[in-house]
Each structure stands twice: as C-alpha cells, then as structure tokens.
Design a protein. Structure first.
Length: 116
C-alpha cells in the first residue's frame, strides 16, 4: 500500500476520534445540568458569604428567593427538582430542564448584586 495513503488514512482516523471526543464531552456537560448548578452554587457563595460551609442548594435558594423575588421561581424550583432527581436519584434529566433559562437569570442577578 502507498505510504502517503496510509498517513492520510491515519490522520483522518485521529481527526474523527478527536472530533468525537470533543462532541461527547460537550454534549455530556450540557446534558448534566451540573454546569448551571455549579455556577449557581458559586454565585450563592459569593453573594451570601454568611451561608454555612456545605450549605444545601435549597438553603441558598431560600435566601436568594428573598433577595430576588421577581424571578421565575417556579421554573427554578422545577429545575432544582429535576437536578436533584438526576444527581441523587440517577434519573435522566428532562430535556426542558437541561438548559433552564431561569437558572441563568438567577446566576446573573446574584452576580450583579454581588458586585455592588
């Protein structure tokens, strides 16, 4: 077999494997919802430094609810229930909760208030 053809074939295989790995990692990170809740946990720690070490997400959200009453708290509560079911119960994360916009709004609101 022609060596140039083998080199080109090897390069194509490695490129396909690399693209597949990147796609899997991106898809897994988005579907877990962990990024959103990880960001939320960090924003809660910064905004409310008086929260105890190891606070639960429900404790942090109860505090945030008092500070940010105008947000979509029903949507945030649904996302939290779905996240807890996926994280602690092994349930699949429903597609509509995978990228819950109310969580992003809450994180942005907490970060805005923390900077003041």
């Amino acid at each position: 077999m022609d060596p140039d053809l083998l080199v080109a074939l090897d390069a194509a295989v490695y490129l396909a494997a690399a693209l597949g790995a990147v796609a899997m990692r991106t898809r897994r990170g988005r579907a877990s919802g962990a990024g959103s809740f990880g960001e939320l946990g960090e924003a809660l720690r910064v905004r409310f430094p008086e929260l105890p070490e190891g606070f639960t997400m429900r404790e942090g959200l109860a505090r945030a609810r008092r500070e940010e009453p105008g947000l979509d708290w029903d949507g945030i509560d649904r996302a939290l229930v779905a996240y807890e079911g996926q994280r602690y119960g092994g349930l699949p994360l429903p597609p509509q909760e995978a990228e819950a916009p109310p969580l992003g709004e809450l994180v942005r609101a907490l970060r805005r208030r923390a900077r003041r």
